[in-house]
Design a protein around this ligand. Structure first.
Ligand code: I85
Length: 356
């Protein structure tokens, strides 16, 4: 796609959606920002998913960021966007490819053909990481990476795993703006350089939680009493208290556990970046990961009744994390890589300056 067609494709159509699609009453799901229903193309009769959003600055941003990311193999594709009046309200109607394979963990839970292996978990992680890498390279943080936003194109083996819902996605400050600045770096306020790192690292934490569940079938942090917000759970998340209990983790490779540790690191600036995760051999060389059978399927089936609670809990911790990270605005100058500061550091100490 060339630049001009890309730009043209990003303007919502103002013709009635009903000229092109037949909208069904089948609800596929409820997102944070709107509901998702099934629809059919009037010309091809093909099935699609339609997300209905009230027009607002927030939903415009969701559509815009999702549209930008739409070229990735592991992100649900946007087909068309309409701006229509719907019973007096201005709506944004987002037509997406229909993911007919359902949610990631439902598929693992329902699997009949033998045990789910560590190698398959690695392959799935690689697919999710590709989506996240694509976004982070474009300076977009998804900020809502959770099991229910990971869907398969088809129910069979050929299905591709894709990420959806850009309702919380955020453009992070781009490093490029530092190269083509609208300010002189010597005078830039720290908050201008600030939040990028934290928004992206929020996605890495989520990847760590997803990888943990993939390998054992239960989350690393959960409340002991099933209470809405358990103080104990909050404390365990804040202090990074989780373990790899037996028998579920007994045969899981040390490489996998080490990768999880790098992602579930409480200090955002010490957490792995998506580049580091993708370069990790457990992901990069996933075809060489051991074929160890996992307890995941059985644990998911056993925990089926509390799965909705697990999902709610993850939704809540993501909300907390977004708020917390939004408040961290001041970049820690100890870790910054500013030419002038580096020079001063070199002068002031015998330590060589760290180049990030
Ligand atoms: N297909 N989070 C949970 C769904 N195809 N789903 C959620 N936010 C979104 C629903 C609630 C994700 O942005 C969501 C969004 C978009 C979708 C979506 C997009 C494309 C689907 C909220 C299905 C599906 C599942 C099984 C069978 C079938 C469809 O959900 C079908 F019947 F079509 F075969």
């Amino acid at each position: 796609m060339n630049d001009s067609s890309k730009k043209a494709a990003r303007t919502p159509k103002t013709t009635p959606i009903t000229d092109d699609y037949e909208i069904s009453t089948t609800v596929l799901g409820l997102g944070v920002s709107g509901k998702v229903v099934q629809c059919y193309s009037k010309t091809s009769r093909e099935k699609y998913a339609l997300k209905v959003l009230h027009d607002s600055a927030k939903s415009r941003r969701e559509v815009d960021l999702h549209w930008q990311a739409s070229g990735c193999r592991n992100i649900v594709n946007i087909i068309d966007v309409y701006e229509n009046n719907y019973s007096g309200n201005k709506c944004l109607l987002v037509v997406m490819e229909c993911m007919e394979g359902g949610e990631l963990f439902m598929r693992i839970q329902d699997r009949q053909d033998g045990a789910f292996t560590e190698r398959e978990a690695a392959q799935i992680m690689r697919e999710i990481c590709s989506a996240v890498k694509y976004l982070h390279d474009m300076n977009i943080a998804h900020r809502d990476l959770k099991p229910e936003n990971l869907l398969y194109t088809k129910p069979d083996q050929a299905g591709i795993l894709k990420l959806t819902d850009f309702g919380f996605a955020k453009e992070t400050f781009s490093k490029d703006t530092l190269q083509t600045p609208c300010y002189t770096p010597y005078y830039v306020a720290p908050e201008v350089l600030g939040p990028e790192k934290y928004d992206k690292s929020c996605d890495i934490w989520s990847l760590g939680v997803i990888m943990y569940i993939l390998l054992c079938g239960f989350p690393p942090f959960y409340s002991n009493h099933g209470l809405a917000i358990s103080p104990g759970m909050k404390k365990r998340i804040r202090t990074g208290q989780y373990d790899f209990p037996n028998p579920e983790w007994k045969n899981v490779s040390q490489d996998a556990k080490d990768l999880i540790k790098g992602m579930l690191c409480i200090e955002p600036s010490d957490r792995l970046t998506i580049e580091m995760v993708m370069r990790n051999k457990w992901i990069a060389l996933y075809t060489e990961v051991p074929l160890t059978p996992l307890h995941t399927g059985r644990m998911l089936r056993e925990g089926e009744d509390i799965w909705p609670e697990v999902q709610e809990e993850m939704t809540r911790s993501l909300a907390t994390m977004r708020v917390d990270y939004d408040q961290v605005h001041i970049k820690n100058l100890d870790n910054s890589n500013n030419a002038l500061l580096n020079k001063r550091r070199r002068k002031g100490s015998t330590e060589p300056s760290v180049v990030q």
